[in-house]
Design a protein around this ligand. Structure first.
Ligand SMILES: Nc1ncnc2c1ncn2[C@@H]1O[C@H](COP(=O)(O)OP(=O)(O)OP(=O)(O)O)[C@@H](O)[C@H]1O
Ligand SMILES: [Mg+2]
Length: 171
């Protein structure tokens, strides 16, 4: 298989030898080379296959009515500070609402420190983790499950699996 065909198989944006090739773009050429009919068809099939995947399915979190996500593509910009302040403000604003704070930062969880919480969550009878509570906010964080100074190596799907557990295996 030629190198451009490999690019075609992988799809997406490839850069090689200083040139940009966009195999799935609107034009019918790859790296400046016109595609034949069969190649065009393969390209079309690949595009249909990728498009059919669509967006990931939304799964509701049991017992949670509304979710506010605080995220950014950059570190140290104030995500944790904003999340903590939002949780405290929402709780102070309406005491009838139960507010929870989930820290999905598995690389450097800071919510335990910011919410002045320490310790390991207890397990309920049906093996769900009980969140730790302070200032009227129920909190869950990877920081409750690993030692503060212990290094943790996260590989591939382990992160998604940990986030899934923090999201769905909490009381
Ligand atoms: N609005 C703000 N103005 C000035 N400084 C701020 C503001 N919000 C947060 N900070 C400060 O910026 C620093 C980083 O904040 P924070 O830990 O909330 O960021 P983060 O995005 O959660 O970081 P990380 O990506 O490391 O988790 C802290 O020292 C915090 O006190
Ligand atoms: Mg943070």
């Amino acid at each position: 298989m030629g190198s451009w065909q490999r690019w075609l198989r992988v799809g997406g944006l490839s850069l090689r030898g200083g040139g940009a090739c966009v195999p799935l773009g609107g034009s019918r050429s790859v790296c400046g080379r016109q595609l034949s009919g069969a190649e065009n068809e393969t390209l079309e099939q690949r595009r249909t296959q990728i498009m059919s995947r669509g967006l990931p399915k939304q799964k509701p979190i049991e017992g949670v009515k509304q979710v506010i996500v605080v995220a950014s593509g950059k570190g140290g910009v104030g995500k944790s500070t904003t999340a903590v302040n939002l949780a405290l403000a929402l709780s102070a604003n309406d005491s009838s609402k139960e507010i929870g704070l989930l820290d999905v930062d598995v690389y450097g969880p800071s919510i335990p420190k910011m919410m002045n919480l320490k310790g390991n969550p207890e397990l309920s009878q049906n093996n769900l983790m009980k969140p730790l509570l302070n200032y009227g906010i129920a909190c869950m964080s990877m920081g409750f499950l690993v030692e503060e100074t212990a290094p943790v190596v996260w590989r591939g799907l382990m992160v998604m699996s940990a986030v899934e557990k923090l999201l769905r295996q909490v009381l």
